[in-house]
Design a protein around this ligand. Structure first.
Ligand code: ADP
Ligand code: MG
Ligand code: ZN
Length: 485
């Protein structure tokens, strides 16, 4: 078996990994024409025009939204935004590329440098330096017929704005590579500039991997692994490839620079082709497009002020500003839906009072601890969490409300009203029920006085029963304890 390489042997090598990630921008229209940017939603070839079909005589026009979003992203990443950037033709032939070249950026990318940071599993902040981020256009899609005798081509995706990010070769293990990809996805999604679904191919990761003896300064021969279509596969393929390369070197074999794919069935990488070099593409400046000078198009000082912190730093801000637990803050800054819930919850609450902080904690836990809540849309989630935080309904009623919102098409507050779910928080009403229960359960009271605190839970349950589950459990507990002392 290939992975039989001994632990001690593995220890003698260091892996070197650089990531290349393509992400489609979610602009309304394509990169160089006014066709809709909607590669999934329509009939094949519905969103096409002579330009993105590669007809001669057409002239591209730059989508400034795509350029502006890239600049915005650049500030988040701490990159240097180019003062002057141009477009280049990358020439190659494939049926999904009707022009016979891709418009890309070769020597003058829009963004250079910068970094992405995240916490590793030990809680330490890792910083991965970026080489560059540039803009280009996506290709169409080939659809192979089941009989393998023919292929169809769909140009809806041809010309969709595509961001390519390239890291420095500074990653040394598969888990870090995966976490890097996840963090980048969230950074894109948080800005609303890309949907970046790996499953749909809106974000596509490639890993460049080499190994070298520990202590060596020289890089080994690198292999590029493509088609990593989930975060899990990013991690698995890199692990596999590192082991494969070490074993090859141990066996005295020479590694070749090549492109490999990932075989999901065999859980192995496999050779696809020997790597082409930049010279093969015969890059040259795109003669039909003007250069781009961001500082003449936008007020970059304003963009610099709008910079978003790295997710781990945003989590730290949430902890200090709102008093949330670290793990809850981390959830809100790693998942787009959770982030949407949290940001909507705290709009207009920049400086919460202590009481508001307590309520925010309850509202946050309503989202975090109840999967059912996630089926609601963000305003509904916020409304429901608010009802729980204010004690209008109890935690045990969350599922019932969610079900009714979905089934009856009502908003959470309407459900509470219509179904009469409102909690009993009125202390005197609850006190009356507590007195009744204490009177009816003298034996339990005796046990508690004798030190058996388990019986308290029984009494709480009895009060809740009398209240048909609607008494505020916090108030019930408080009154019971006062009476028993
Ligand atoms: P290419 O011209 O083959 O695309 P680049 O130098 O542009 O190669 O690098 C592409 C990616 O490969 C970058 O992410 C870079 O960090 C990474 N990389 C470069 N050399 C190595 C290496 N020896 N091992 C692992 N990754 C590497
Ligand atoms: Mg490359
Ligand atoms: Zn078009």
């Amino acid at each position: 078996m290939l992975l039989a390489t001994h632990y001690m042997t593995t220890k003698n090598y260091e892996a070197v990994i650089g990531m290349e990630i393509h992400a489609e921008l979610a602009t309304k229209t394509k990169m160089f024409c006014s066709c809709l940017n909607a590669p999934f939603e329509s009939e094949p070839n519905a969103n096409t025009c002579p330009l993105c079909m590669g007809m001669p005589g057409t002239l591209p026009v730059i989508n400034t939204q795509a350029v502006e979003w890239t600049v915005d992203l650049g500030y988040d990443l701490g990159s240097t935004v180019a003062e002057f950037t141009k477009w280049d033709r990358k020439n190659y032939y494939y049926p999904d590329l009707p022009k016979g070249y891709q418009i890309s950026q070769y020597d003058l990318p829009l963004l250079e440098g910068g970094a992405i940071e995240f916490k590793d599993s030990t809680g330490e902040v890792k910083r991965i330096e970026l080489t560059r981020v540039h803009l280009e256009e996506d290709t169409g899609k080939l659809v192979h017929a089941a009989d393998n005798q023919s292929s169809l081509v769909d140009y809806n995706r041809a010309g969709v704005p595509l961001l390519e990010l390239v890291t420095e070769p500074v990653i040394h293990d598969a888990e870090t590579a995966k976490k890097f990809c996840q963090t980048y996805q969230f950074i894109l999604q948080r800005r609303g500039i890309a949907r970046a679904s790996m499953e749909k191919g809106e974000m596509r990761c490639e890993a460049n991997i080499s190994v070298r003896p520990v202590g060596s300064k020289e890089f080994g021969t690198k292999v590029e692994v493509k088609n990593l279509n989930s975060f899990r596969v990013v991690e698995r393929a890199i692990k596999y490839e590192i082991e494969r390369q070490i074993e090859a070197l141990e066996n005295g074999e020479e590694l070749v620079q090549e492109t490999r794919g990932w075989d999901e069935v065999k859980q192995k990488t496999f050779s696809q082709r020997k790597k082409e070099t930049a010279a093969d593409y015969r890059y040259f400046p795109e003669p039909d497009l003007p250069p781009v000078t961001p500082s003449s198009l936008w007020d970059l000082a304003t963009k610099a002020r709008d910079v978003r912190p790295m997710p781990h730093a945003e989590a730290a801000e949430i902890v200090s500003q709102y008093g949330l637990a670290q793990d809850v803050a981390e959830m809100f800054t790693s998942d787009l839906d959770a982030y949407g819930f949290w940001t909507e919850l705290v709009t207009e609450l920049a400086e919460p009072t202590d009481q508001q902080k307590e309520q925010l904690k309850i509202a946050a836990s309503t989202y975090v601890n109840n999967d059912a809540v996630r089926v609601l849309n963000t305003p509904q989630q916020v409304e429901l969490a608010g009802l729980v935080a204010l004690g209008t309904i109890s935690k045990s009623q969350i599922r019932e409300v969610v079900t009714a919102v979905v089934e009856k098409g009502l908003e959470p507050a309407e459900v509470v009203e219509t179904l009469g779910l409102k909690q009993m928080s009125d202390e005197s009403a609850i006190e009356q029920l507590v007195d009744e229960v204490l009177g009816e359960n003298a034996d339990a009271v005796e046990k508690i006085k004798g030190g058996d605190n388990k019986a308290i839970g029984f009494l709480v349950g009895q009060v809740m029963r009398k209240a048909q589950g609607k008494a505020n459990p916090g108030v019930v507990n408080k009154i019971l304890k006062e009476k028993l002392e």
